[in-house]
Structure formats: structure tokens, C-alpha cells
Design a protein. Sequence first.
Length: 134
Amino acid sequence: EIIGLGLVHPPRREVFCSPRRPFLGAQLRQLAVRTRFQDHGIGGQLLAVCEWGARQMHASSLWGSCPVGARQAGLYRRCGYHLAKYHFWTNTDYTSAIFVKCIHESVPHGLLDRMLLKTTLALSARKHHVQTAP
């Protein structure tokens, strides 16, 4: 019986870790754990394996999305991911929250990078009419 799945799409140029210059970012395309097996740390373990796989593909970051307000957002935060921006999908009725984690030590985490990410997040929240915490 399959109880969980994590699927990583190969890296491509993304700007989530540092808006000043792009880094290779792998995309977490699927992350799921059967309902009855949730709350036992399996999702976090799957995410750790996905991060390892992304590093093997020479990615500097791993990013994934979930609907705004979804339970999965808590998992991302507990595993060290940061909310990067919001994205409204055309032909749907929901907005996704995009989370990212820099997984390579050579990626800068300076004050300017954090400020630019917060600005990008605020602009995307305004554009997609998403309420954010103060």
C-alpha cells in the first residue's frame, strides 16, 4: 500500500531565494500522505527526501504550492519553508500560496534578499486580494 508520495520536477531558473539574481529552483510537484497516516511525521520525511533529490539535481532551492489556508502550509513552515508569493490560477476559483526553501549553503540570505522577498509577497497579496497577517 502506498501511504505517501513526493514528486520533484527538475530545476529551472527561479528567483525565489534572491530576487537580485536567479537561482536554480526545483519544483515540488506533488506531496501527499494518505489521511489515516497523517500527523505521524511522514510528510516531513517525504519533504526531506525531496530536498535531497533536488540537491542531487543541483538545485539551490525547492518550492511548492498549496491553496491559501490549506493544512499543507503548516507543514511547509515547520520544515523551514517561507511564503514567497501568491498566485491566482486562471480558470479556477482559488489562489495558491507559493513556499520556498533555499537548500544550498551558497545561496545568500542577506537582509536585502529578505526585504525584497517580503516586498514581492506583499505585492502579490495585494494583486490577488489575499488577506495577510499583520
